[in-house]
Structure formats: C-alpha cells, structure tokens
Design a protein around this ligand. Structure first.
Ligand code: GAL
Ligand code: MG
Length: 977
C-alpha cells in the first residue's frame, strides 16, 4: 500500500472524464510569444509507467522533447490502425494498461523576470497532460495538437531553479475523438517553452484585413493583478505607418453602461490605399506591430503579425477569394516525419510547402487537426489556401459521440481553440469542424461558436455535408464530400439544386501506384460551374524508417539513411504490422503523393501539368494559342522555351516569348519552327520555367510542360517479305541471343493497392491470370517465318494467342493477337513479356516520360526522346506492386555501355515497362527491401493496360481505361543494335 498522499490531478482521473477538457489552462490566443522565450527543448528525465496511477520508479532514463517516446527506444512502439480503436473500451473509458510518460527537468527561471507574469507553454502532448512544478499541481490539458499554457507566476521564483514535471497519459477519453487514420504515438510532440510578460499584457489580438484595404485590429488587454491600471492604451503600425485608434469604439464603450470599466478592449484601424491584396499566387503580406502602453507611454507588451488583405465569401454556389472563383488544387497534410513520427521542424514544413508549390498545389487541408503553428506562417508567406481542421475524429464510435453531451465541451473547446489560435492567418480560408465523427448536436454547437466568433470565414464539415450536399445544415457552408464519384459531382452541379460550392475534402487516394483519372477529374472541374476542386488524399506516405535487425524505429539518428524514396540497406519504411502489432491496417498508411522522405511520386508530375498556369489551348497552322489559367497573375514571372521533338529525329529548341496575358486571356503566337518535312510524328512542347527567383523556386525551375502534337505518325511501312531465318524451340518459343526468356503472353500485373482493395486482384487470382498454362496448338514454319498458335489456359477461360515471327532485313517482326473470352472482361493487361540478358542497363525511348505513366495517369508525361538507366525506371512503392510503366511508347532501345543491345519499334503508342522484376517477384514480397533485382531486364509491351483508378479508397478507373474481352492485336519489331 502506497501511503503517499494522492496527487489531486491524478485523483481526478482526467483520462476518463470527457467533461474535463482542461484545468487552469490559460485561454488560447493569437499573440506571438516566441521571441524572448526560454526554450525547454532537449533531453528531459523520463520514465514510462504502465499506467497513470502507477508509482514512479527509482530509475530515470531520458527522452528528447519535442518527440514521441514511441520513436525513442521504449517498448511502447508505434501502432497503426485506421478506424478501429486500439482498445476495446467504450468511450469514455480506456484500458487499465495505459502507457504514461513522466518528463521532468530543472528550469532556471531568469532573475530579471521578477515581477513579471511567467507562463509555461507545452506545444502539444498526446493525449492528456498533467503539469506539476516543484511537486505542486499546476494544471491539466487535452487536445493533442494544440498548445497548452499555464500561469506559473507565484509557483516559480525568478533567479531560482524550479522542477517542471509533465506527465503525459497516452490513452484517454480524448483518444476516442482523436481516432484519426495515422500512427498512434505518445509524447510531447511540439516544443516546450517558458516566457514572461508584464502583468499588463495583450491577452489577444484579432486582425481583420479586407481586400479593399480596410484594417481592423481588436486588442484584448488584461492585467494579471486584476483591474486594469488607469491610462493604458494601444498603438500599432503597419509597414511602419501608424494606425489610428478607434476613438469611436472607445467612446461607445465608455457610454454603454452594460460595458464594464474593466473591459480591456481597444481597436486600431487603417485604410490602406492601393493595397496589395493577398492570394495564393501573390501572397502579399504587411508587417503589423501592436503595442500596449502604460499611462506614461512606456511599452508593456508587443505583438507582431503578418497581415494579408483578402476576402473570402460564398456567393451563390461559388467560393470566392477576393471576388475570384479560385480552383482549390489541394492536398491533405498530416504533421508527419519518418524519423520522429509526428514532430516536424520549420525546415521540414518549409520543404513540404516548397515542394507542393513546385508541383502546382495551392491549398492544404490540415488533416485532421491543427498543424504545427509554423505551417500557417509558411502558408501565409508562400501562398496556400488552408482548410484548418479541428482535432476531432471519433471514427470508431462516431455515432455514439456526436450527440453525447459529455463530449459537448470537448467539441466546442477544440474548434474554438483552433479558431482563436489561427484566426489572423490570411491563408486560412475555411474552418473545418473535424473529420469522420458522424454528425450531431456537438457539431452544431461548435459551428455556432465559430459563426459568432469569426463571421469572416465559411465553415465546413464533411459529416454534415453527407446529409445532403444542397442542405448540410448549420455545420457546413461547403459541399465537401470525400471520394465522391465524378459523375455524382457533375450530376449535382448540373441538377439545378446545388446551393453550396462543391470542393471535395478528400479525393484521388494516393495509395501505392494510384491517382488514375486525375486529369479527367480536372477537365470536368474546370469545365463545370459549381465544381471547384478538392484535396488529394494525401501528402505523405507515413512510412517510419525502421531497422530491420531489431525492428526498432531508426529515430532521430536515422537521418540520411534514405535516398530517392528508398531506405538504406538494413532499413525499410515500416507500415502497419511492422512493429509486431497483430491488429493493424497494413499499408493503408502509405497513401501519399510523396515517399516518406518527401521524394515525389510520379503523380506529382501529373499534378504539376494539370495545374499548369499557362497552357496550349489549340494548334492552328499559323501558330498555337496560349492561355493564362491563373486567377490573379500575369505570365511575367514565367519564361519559356519551345521544343520540337521529331519521332525520327532529334529535339530542336528555340526561345519562347510569352505574350502579356491577364488571367483567363488567350493569345495566338506564331509557330517558332518550320517543321521539317521528314521526321515523322512531331510534338511541340513549351518548357515553362520561373523567370526569376520565387520564394519557393529558384529561377529556371520547371513549372509546366504543355504540349501539342503538330503531326501524327504515319503507319509503319513494314515489308513483310521474309528475309532471313527465325529460330524457335520445340514449343514455338523464340530463340534469340539477347533474350533469356522468349516473348510470351502476359495478362497479369503485380496487383497495385487499388487492384487489391478494389477486389480486382482476387478476381484475377481466381481466374488464374498470374500463371496460365501455355499449350501449343500449332507451330507453322515457312521460309523466314514461324506462326505459333497457343492456348493460355486459365481457370477463368482460355485465351488463344497467335504469334507470327517474321525475319526481315536486320530484325524480326512480331505480329500478335490474343482473344479473351467474354468471361475475362477487365484483366490487368494484354501484351508481351520477355527477359533480356544482363548488361542492358540503359533505356532510351520515344514516347511519354521521363517519369512513370499509365493510361489514366498520363497527362503529365510529355512525349519526347527520353533516356534513363533501367534501375531508375522503377518506382519503389512501399508495398511492391506494378510499377515503372511508361505510357505512349513508340520505340525504345535497351543497351549496354558498349552500345550493343536491342531496339524495339511498336506499331503504335503503347504501354511499356522495363524493370528488374517479374510481376510475381513484386507480388510475392511485402516490402521494397525484400526485392532481389534480376540481372537482366523484364520487358512488357502491352497492347492494352488497365488504368490505375483509385479503388483503394474511392472510385475505380473509368470504363474507357479497362481492358475488355475480345480480340487484341499488336505488333512490334525487334532488332539487334
Ligand atoms: C478517409 C479519411 C482519411 C483516410 C482516408 C483513407 O476516409 O478521412 O483519414 O482514412 O479516408 O486513406
Ligand atoms: Mg478515419
């Protein structure tokens, strides 16, 4: 029996009490306190207890703050579950086994803080924080992704050392509303600091800056000692220009007997002439300084802000920024890092946003909680529209919690605290009440709070919008579905009943090799009033860098142990199940447009082109028509170069003069080249780069590569007069000095995540497409020609394959056909596969590239002459799957350094892949590091290849991208170099 007096914070058992959202936590505000603070980041003494009421041990280890203990060598490891809670208890209860981290350190309180108000700020702790100083209880906080502040004045003595203890309980009633689709961690994931202010201080500052130049700054002033002293006042300046005090407001308050003398409110105003407005393309910011003065004029407190003048409004069914119906080219972003789990630095966030800018994104949804505060500063500065989302997701128990009055306070608290923190950011254009928590009275209560407190921004909540896009009720001003089929969005926009802007909060699920039909979506969005875009799910693949030998996270020491999306030898990107969990959701955590080390996946290039600010609208004989597809900017920040690619020639270049175009305008520009008579198929590309340095890209960074075909290919004039000999074995299989495996029929691909979760992979397995039995029906030999008919016997039916091999001068023509019975509708591919000898390590091709592309994700890969080492063709998706394909390939060579090798010419543009892996090699392993590359190349030439779609979460590809039953014909020539 432990006789120690029970600690009052522990006695309250706040981890199973949703009514307790905090105790003695200071109100959230938007005053910037970071300058002058004492940082408390670094190693803290640490103990991990098995439960919050377990006794403290004798032995301390250490833990780095900010950081998750789950990433720092404890036995409590990261765990991934999407929807299901990691424990069975019903809300608000939690399991008795409840890891609890106790962090302790000494803090030297500066002597010069005597007489000041001293505040402790804990940036983020999940999921319950109990604070003690020198053994005395200070306060409690929940809300894992927002800071908690506590007043330590009187508890610590300036000039002396105090012991701060932060106890972090992992599981709580709050976990039930923090059930987001991500890793579960425990710890203090954002910085801790101590700061001091004058007792007379700015308690909050609210900035309203409109696009007409009207600026209103509302200041809330408090004195820690109680009543405000006589004579205080505020002053401010904007870019050095003084603001005026709103005397009218002061007088009205003084005359209103309902307003108390202690009101502590003041307003500053300005009318900025010729204001430079803020938008995501030209994020103009002004510097605002607000000062609080004592009666004698001395400054008691100062707060600095960056101000953007802009309006957000909904007019009819359009969401307008500064009166413009902007397209939302968004992505969902978590605070994620492969070494820390959750903790991100300023540089990390800057790198995220810079990358997104470079790939044409202009919007972020902070899925699914308020992100690190610096993210919003960066969004203001670099130009992003932000949907700021509150930390509420009760996915597993959504229905029970949405109307549970015990959680009412938590809902309102979380939404309100987010709004109070982030309200001054011009980048934040919409408040989101959270994610996947059904819809109940608790949401309406939170929405009501926001509408009263910040009428300047719309509110959205998918759970409400789900009730009816035209009438989501109080909780949503936006129809913001997730993964809605495009045809439903179109039908709604065309129905005549639409009342709200339609911006999908999540769409185009980026799991593995995915994002098929993105270009089709955007063609529809841009052509359909009422549709305004959406947020791709999601930015990151949340793979944690893991040591393979002991299964531990590499942690902060793992820096540099990855390159180009690939973990170093002995390491891998861990996903669900890799930390010994038995209950998990596998690779569903790896669903981003970038790898865990931020290497862009091929879809990023697709997106960059879809978002192109300047486009080739049309080609007429005298020239091309260029259009400006931005909302606010001209083309002056861009420079261009024309490239003319001839299929049977080279690429010519010429400087491009971009016309002066306002947004939405087009202009004809003359063709920069006389297209040579010969050279076959001809493509004109406008290589658009930044003309000068942008905050997110140095001069010369590629912005887009719009392209138009100037001349179609002539059908190949094969002479099929046999000339030479064709050698086949007794099975009719080609014998060729450069091939280790003869060309045979392929109907299968290593299932993508979409194929698996969409059910296609199972169907293909049931049909036996992976390894059909080949039975030779006939081998007919004639001089210089062999015609082979074979049947590929699958459980789902028999596919008849004909291959006619004709020797011609210098090579071999391969004419093929395959007849798929009706039952085999929608297979992965119909085409040829063969394997080469080792040493052919360079692929050069004329077709789409240079990055990976597939039939329904091919808008961003321009046609041209491309070359890449074979090892760089493959995309290392975390769970190996079909990868490395190139769409629209007309011909290619595969060569050794001594330029020997083979050349293939296709009858028309087709899907090709050259990798070191058979489809079965890929399908057999769970992680990229388990793949053993083959020495030779595995070459696929597809007559037809199925689109990728997004069926791992959302719509599959369109019918037009499916591989239908019936007869497929293709032909190609093979030549030795
Ligand atoms: C959504 C959810 C996201 C994520 C996604 C699938 O339903 O809001 O958090 O789970 O699906 O990856
Ligand atoms: Mg969820």
């Amino acid at each position: 029996m432990n006789d120690a007096p029970l600690d009052p914070l522990t006695a309250l058992r706040p981890w199973a009490a949703p009514e307790v959202t905090s105790w003695r936590r200071l109100p959230m505000n938007a005053v910037d306190r970071r300058p002058g603070a004492v940082p408390l980041d670094g190693d803290w003494h640490f103990q991990l207890l098995p439960a919050p009421d377990a006794p403290l041990g004798e032995v301390w280890s250490s833990s780095y703050v900010p950081g998750a203990w789950t990433m720092q060598g404890t036995d409590d490891l990261p765990r991934y579950l999407n929807i299901r809670m990691p424990f069975a208890e019903f809300p608000p209860d939690v399991p008795a086994a409840n890891p609890t981290g106790v962090y302790e350190r000494g803090v030297d309180v500066p002597a010069e803080w005597a007489g000041r108000r001293i505040v402790l700020q804990v940036g983020a702790a999940e999921s319950v924080l109990l604070v003690h100083v020198d053994g005395r209880p200070v306060g409690i906080s929940k809300d894992s992704h927002l800071a908690a502040e506590f007043d330590l004045t009187g508890l610590v003595r300036p000039g002396e050392r105090a012991t701060v203890r932060l106890t972090v309980v992992k599981w709580s009633d709050a976990s039930h509303i923090e059930d987001q689709d991500q890793w579960w961690h425990g710890g203090i994931t954002r910085s801790v600091l101590l700061y001091a202010v004058d007792p007379l201080h700015l308690a909050d500052v609210t900035v309203r800056a409109r696009r007409d130049g009207d600026l209103l700054v509302e200041c809330r002033v408090r004195d820690a000692g109680g009543p405000l002293p006589e004579g205080w006042y505020v002053s401010g300046e904007l870019d050095g220009q003084p603001l005026t005090q709103d005397a009218e407001f002061d007088r009205a308050n003084a005359e209103d007997e309902r307003v108390s003398d202690f009101l502590g409110e003041a307003r500053l105003r300005a009318a900025v002439a010729d204001v430079r407005t803020w938008n995501a393309e030209t994020p103009e910011l002004y510097d605002l300084t607000v000062r609080l003065h004592r009666a004698d004029g001395t400054v008691a407190d100062t707060s600095r802000h960056r101000v953007g003048f802009r309006d957000v409004e909904i007019v009819g069914r359009d969401l307008l920024v500064n009166g413009e119906r902007v397209f939302i080219r968004g992505v969902n972003r978590h605070d994620f890092h492969p070494l820390t789990g959750r903790t991100v630095t300023y540089d990390d966030m800057r790198a995220d946003l810079v990358l997104l800018k470079r790939f044409g994104f202009n919007a972020i949804r902070t899925a699914h909680y308020p992100n690190d505060p610096a993210l919003y500063d960066l969004a203001d500065e670099l130009g992003f529209y932000v949907v700021d989302e509150a930390d509420i997701e009760s996915h597993d128990h959504a229905h029970e919690i949405a109307d549970d009055p015990r959680y009412l306070g938590a809902f309102v608290d979380r939404v309100a605290r987010m709004v109070l923190r982030d309200k001054n950011h011009p980048s934040v254009i919409i408040w989101s009440l959270g994610n996947e928590s059904d819809y109940g009275a608790n949401h309406d209560a939170a929405a009501g709070w926001v509408r009263r407190h910040d009428p300047t921004r719309p509110v959205q909540y998918e759970g409400a919008a789900k009730r009816g896009w035209a009438d989501p009720g109080l909780a949503s001003d936006i129809a913001c579905p997730m993964y809605a089929p495009l045809e439903e969005c179109l039908a709604h926009a065309l129905s005549g009943t639409q009342t709200k802007p339609l911006v999908q909060c999540e769409y185009s699920h980026a799991m593995g090799n995915s994002n098929g039909t993105l270009a089709d979506h955007w063609a529809a969005i841009e052509a359909t009033p009422g549709l305004q875009g959406g947020f791709i799910w999601e930015f990151w693949d949340h793979g944690i860098l893991q040591r393979v030998n002991d299964g531990r996270p590499a942690g902060r020491g793992g820096a540099g142990l990855h390159d180009n999306g690939v973990a170093a030898p002995g390491h891998r990107w861990a996903y669900g199940g890799d930390f010994g969990e038995t209950d998990h959701d596998g690779a569903f955590i790896a669903d981003g447009v970038v790898f865990p080390d931020r290497t862009p996946k091929p879809v990023m290039f697709e997106h960059r082109e879809i978002a192109a600010p300047v486009r080739i609208e049309a080609f007429r004989h005298e020239g091309v028509v260029l259009g400006n597809h931005q909302h606010f900017r001209g083309l002056e920040w861009l420079s261009g170069e024309w490239e003319l690619s001839l299929a049977e020639g080279t690429t010519l270049t010429a400087p491009a003069e971009l016309p002066v175009l306002r947004p939405g305008e087009t202009a004809a520009v003359p063709l920069p080249f006389v297209v040579p008579e010969d050279g076959g198929e001809a493509w004109l590309t406008l290589r658009v780069t930044t003309a000068g340095d942008e905050p997110w890209a140095p001069r010369g960074t590629v912005v887009c590569l719009p392209q138009v075909r100037l001349r179609a290919a002539c059908p190949p004039a094969h002479t099929r007069v046999p000339d030479g000999t064709v050698e086949v074995d007794e099975d009719g299989l080609l014998v060729h000095p450069l091939l280790t495996s003869a060309p045979t029929l392929s109907l299968w691909r290593a299932p993508t995540d979409n194929d698996v979760l969409g059910g296609m992979a199972d169907r293909w397995r049931d049909w036996g497409l992976e390894a059909p039995t080949r039975e030779v029906v006939s081998v007919r030999r004639s001089p210089g020609r062999v015609a082979v008919v074979s049947d590929y016997l699958c459980a789902g039916g028999t596919v008849r394959h004909e291959q006619v091999l004709t020797a011609v001068d210098g090579g071999l023509i391969v004419d093929e056909s395959a007849e798929l019975p009706e039952a085999l509708h929608d297979v992965a591919r119909v085409g040829t596969v063969f394997e080469t000898v080792a040493g052919l390590n360079l692929l050069e091709w004329f077709g789409q590239g240079p990055w990976e592309s597939y039939p329904d994700r091919a808008a961003g890969a321009p046609v041209g002459h491309h070359r890449l080492p074979v090892d760089e063709l493959f995309t290392p998706y975390l769970r190996p799957q079909e990868s490395g394909g190139r769409h629209g390939v007309r011909r290619f060579t595969l060569s050794a350094p001594d330029t020997t090798g083979l050349a293939v010419r296709l009858d028309r543009a087709r899907q090709v892949s050259v990798t070191r892996h058979r489809a079965a090699d890929l399908a057999d392993v769970a992680h990229h590091d388990e793949l053993v590359p083959r020495a030779g190349c595995v070459v696929h030439i597809d007559a037809a290849h199925r689109g990728l779609g997004t069926a791992s979460c959302g719509p599959d590809t369109f019918a037009s991208y499916l591989v239908a039953a019936g007869v497929h014909r293709w032909s190609w020539t093979l030549r030795v170099l």
